[in-house]
Design a protein around this ligand. Structure first.
Ligand SMILES: C[S@@+](CC[C@H](N)C(=O)[O-])C[C@H]1O[C@@H](n2cnc3c(N)ncnc32)[C@H](O)[C@@H]1O
Length: 259
């Protein structure tokens, strides 16, 4: 086993995998995952809504916006319909770079390196707090002078300082040309999305699992998209992004285009 993998404390990538019905998790992850669910019963629905959002957005960007390059930061463990599978179903020549800092995701990365022969997938073991390293590594696979869709789904919530999270997004988007996209999801305590119930769950998480997490208000989430043109329908519960009939979950989702 990779000696960076700790089985004595729950890790987000593994608990997320558990909530999505995956098998790449340990007893400690399942115990914490169940306790969080007891505090906040809709967490499994949040995870599924987030993945469905990824599917709709990547399909739209590849099919309708002509995007062929994707930088997926905070990838998570391989699951059904990973970003390259969704994009390459539309355009086999799509190029995808995955980034995560969890050692177990690195261990399973080969399941993400299954590109269609016309395209490419690459995996980078790096921390989102180091966007310059991510850009340098991504630049070996992606042409950063051409549009890139940056996906940060459920990851800025692990950068606890909002100013730092904003600076990470700005560094990434400043390095990319007009026509690039930023795709975000983020948990919230916003009562409008039914998020109040998540407060006790997050407090429990922060005492019992890693890495520590935070929620953000609509105003804070909006600030990550400063300077970008929001695609319709704007900032909504991610489950509802271009899927009106879905349940509301306490996870914002939005897509911005760099003008
Ligand atoms: C909630 S999961 C989301 C996975 C996937 N993006 C999705 O939406 O289904 C968050 C992922 O971000 C990763 N992560 C957390 N903090 C990170 C950091 N500082 N740098 C890179 N990855 C990080 C975790 O390891 C985990 O795989």
């Amino acid at each position: 086993m990779n000696d960076r993998i700790r089985t004595d404390i729950a890790h987000n990538a593994r608990v997320w995998n558990y909530w999505l019905g995956g098998k790449d998790n340990y007893p400690v992850d399942r115990a914490v995952g169940d306790q969080v669910t007891a505090f906040y019963p809709s967490i499994g629905e949040v995870a599924r809504a987030d993945r469905a959002f990824l599917g709709r957005v990547v399909t739209h960007l590849a099919a309708d916006a002509g995007v062929r390059q994707f930088l997926d930061i905070g990838t998570g463990l391989p699951t059904a319909d990973n970003t390259h599978e969704v994009a390459q179903r539309v355009a086999a020549d799509s190029r995808i770079v995955y980034v995560d800092n969890d050692p177990i995701v690195l261990t399973h990365a080969r399941a993400l390196l299954t590109s269609a022969p016309e395209g490419v997938t690459e995996y980078v073991d790096a921390d989102a707090r180091d966007p310059e390293t991510i850009l340098a590594a991504a630049g070996e696979t992606l042409d950063l002078s051409r549009p890139v869709a940056v996906l940060m789904l459920g990851i800025l919530n692990f950068v606890l300082d909002t100013g730092e999270a904003r600076a990470i997004v700005k560094t990434l988007m400043d390095a990319l040309p007009s026509g690039s996209y930023l795709v975000l999801t983020h948990p919230t305590l916003d009562p409008e999305l039914g998020g109040e119930g998540n407060k006790a769950a997050m407090a429990f998480w922060n005492e019992n699992a890693t890495p520590p997490i935070t929620a953000r208000s609509r105003a804070e989430f909006t600030s990550f998209l400063d300077g970008l043109d929001l695609l319709e329908p704007g900032i909504v519960s991610c489950g509802r992004w271009r899927f009106e009939e879905a349940a509301v979950v306490a996870q914002f989702g939005a897509v911005g285009r760099k003008p």
